[in-house]
Ligand binder design. Sequence first.
Ligand code: NDP
Ligand code: MG
Ligand code: MG
Length: 331
Amino acid sequence: MAEMHYGENIELNKLDKVAIIGYGSQGHAHALNLHESGVDVVVGARKNGKSWKKAKEDGLEVKEIPKAVETATLTSILIPDEVQTKVYKEQIKPNLNPQDTILFAHGFNIHYNQIRPPKNVNVVMVAPKGPGHLVRRVYKEGAGTPGLFAVNQDVTGDAEEIALAYAKGIGCTRAGLLETTFKEETETDLFGEQVDLCGGVTKLIKDTFETLVEAGYQPEVAYFESLHEMKLIIDLIHEQGLQGMWHSVSNTAEYGGLTRGKRVIDNNTKQNMKEVLKEIQNGEFAKEWILENKSGQPVLKRAREQEKNHQIEEVGQELREMMPWLKENQE
Ligand code: NDP
Ligand code: MG
Ligand code: MG
């Protein structure tokens, strides 16, 4: 089994001043978790944006991006992947000192050569394997989100210790931290989000819902069956593995699931997954996404609109109103 790090021998004092660039999903979680772990944090944000105000309200030191980079020895780049190249060129790179460290939470821009850091800084990654809001929520609960770390460039000789300290500070080592490369993290992360996590699961939910509604069943019943119950099943799998879930459902569900599941997701699906993986590996997806951004995200905007107007969202909104406890965890 691969070596997992759980933080026992990791020294947080490897971290000097840390600049967190961006205060969105990952940014707010990293900044607050590090701060509460006792690390000296400055948030880098734009003065007219929402983040500036929010980070201040949360009691953190906030500076404009160039100033934050200048005062820190580690700069964590936590703005959206598609704006990183421009912000890096204009506001981060000119303010890096030799022997500084730049840190990413996803390897896209380094792996696909969109950002080419100077040879005199450390380049590392700490990628929590979970959405930012959960990275924050579980830390507050005393737990952690598992993560990956990688070192792409080590000029100080202790880039790995620095990355490990950062991972410990945001709580990843509480759950387990695994070494990877920028290539492996980028390709597997893109694959997961396109295939089973974001792309696959939403399509599966929508197709299940549509099939039931088109057959004349009530949309509310279809909603509970296709979407609401998904979490309950996934929670069991998450906590106890596939076996735990099969054990917990009825024998009827187990028999039906084991015999029908492979008809629904069949070998064609796996073939399609392999094609999606190939496009990630050969850079085709990256090229498409970079072009999409250059032309103002027309495909994304259209798809987003379509998704928003799906019947399942209408039904869901009403049903969730009656389950206010679901909202407790929203931020
Ligand atoms: P967000 O979309 O949440 O980032 C929003 C933040 O970026 C805000 O603070 C916003 O500031 C700032 N920002 C946006 N555009 C600019 C700009 N042009 N100049 C300055 N600041 C800007 O990002 P994520 O947290 O989703 O992603 C950050 C990184 O983490 C990415 O590399 C991503 O791949 C990675 N990652 C993300 C995960 C997630 O859970 N979302 C999971 C694991 C990795 P303002 O308020 O001023 O608009
Ligand atoms: Mg991702
Ligand atoms: Mg049932």
